[in-house]
Design a protein around this ligand. Structure first.
Ligand SMILES: NC(=O)c1ccc[n+]([C@@H]2O[C@H](COP(=O)([O-])OP(=O)(O)OC[C@H]3O[C@@H](n4cnc5c(N)ncnc54)[C@H](O)[C@@H]3O)[C@@H](O)[C@H]2O)c1
Length: 281
């Protein structure tokens, strides 16, 4: 119960990583408001958590949706301690060369409206409540916030922009509010959708085997589930354990940044050395 008595607001909590964060926060003793455009996702949350969760149907591209979510959160739970900006969309690693001239402007606007403006507006709407509670902000970034090839130019640029937003808000809001990010890698079990402007809105990341795609190229050798990512979101939301923490982004993606030129890791070498000495596990 590391979040007993705390109140969080999670955008995109109706599915995937956001849903796992809500489940974990409730299990840790928090009450949670959720802003999501999926009424079905919100209904399932209500079914699972009853009065511990309040759902608000809305679109993260609009300030009014965020204001409504903050107001509902305060009406239901009396305060807001932690904002988790998390709702996002992907570009299915579409290279710039393959985006037709007629779609590029709308695709850019949609990507940045959801992945960047959605976080900026959430922060703007939550600021008065967070100032009052001396609260926390956590933004879900991505491996694409630091490295290439986890997205196309649109997604990678949007997640790099999230890094700038975290740093700037940590500066603007210190010492009152902690602002940090978590940059997950591939996540097993989510429904991440593509851009409508690229006709990818009905495509789900669940149709791709991230296990086959990633487990041989990341040093940890396995792809984590949404639940396995949630521990970091609990830690970043706690008060006592995060006194020195602001403006930081956890590179939480299986070691993408330390993989070798040829091999993902040298685990096979290590196994060979130990088996030569008869010390194999
Ligand atoms: N899935 C991955 O492998 C992966 C990897 C790295 C980072 N991420 C990031 O994790 C976050 C969560 O993604 P996920 O994989 O859990 O996806 P998901 O689609 O399972 O969940 C996203 C939720 O956000 C909601 N949403 C999307 N656009 C919205 C909008 N305009 N307004 C309101 N709600 C909206 C959806 O309805 C959904 O409930 C995103 O920021 C994504 O970029 C995902």
């Amino acid at each position: 119960m590391r979040l007993k008595g705390e109140v969080a607001l999670v955008t995109g909590g109706g599915s995937g990583l956001g849903r796992a964060i809500v489940d974990r926060y409730v299990a840790e003793g928090a009450r949670v408001a959720v802003l999501d455009r999926s009424s079905a996702g919100l209904a399932k949350l209500k079914e699972a958590h009853g009065d511990a969760v309040v759902g608000v149907e809305g679109d993260v591209r609009f300030l009014d949706s965020h204001k409504q979510a903050v107001a509902s959160c305060i009406e239901a739970f009396g305060k807001l301690d932690c904002l988790v900006g998390n709702a996002g969309v992907w570009d299915y690693i579409t290279p710039l060369v393959d985006i037709p001239d007629g779609q590029i402007e709308d695709a850019f606007d949609e990507m940045f409206a959801i992945n960047v403006k959605g976080y900026l507006l959430a922060a703007k709407a939550a600021l008065p409540a967070l100032y009052k509670s001396k609260g926390r902000v956590i933004f879900t970034a991505s491996n694409a916030a630091f490295y290439t090839s986890g997205g196309g130019a649109l997604y990678t640029a949007s997640k790099h922009a999230v890094v700038g937003l975290i740093k700037q808000l940590a500066y603007e809001w210190g010492p009152h509010i902690r602002v940090n990010g978590i940059a997950p890698g591939g996540i097993i079990g989510t429904d991440l959708r593509g851009l409508k402007a690229l006709d990818l809105q009905d495509r789900s990341i669940a149709t791709i085997s991230l296990k086959d795609m990633l487990e041989n190229v990341i040093p940890v050798g396995e792809v984590a589930t949404a639940e396995q990512y949630t521990g970091a979101f609990v830690f970043f939301a706690t008060r006592a354990e995060t006194v020195p923490l602001t403006g930081s982004i956890l590179d939480f993606n299986g070691g993408w940044g330390v993989r070798g030129l040829i091999d993902a890791n040298l685990g096979a070498e290590l196994e060979k050395r130990f088996s030569e000495k008869g010390e194999a596990a």
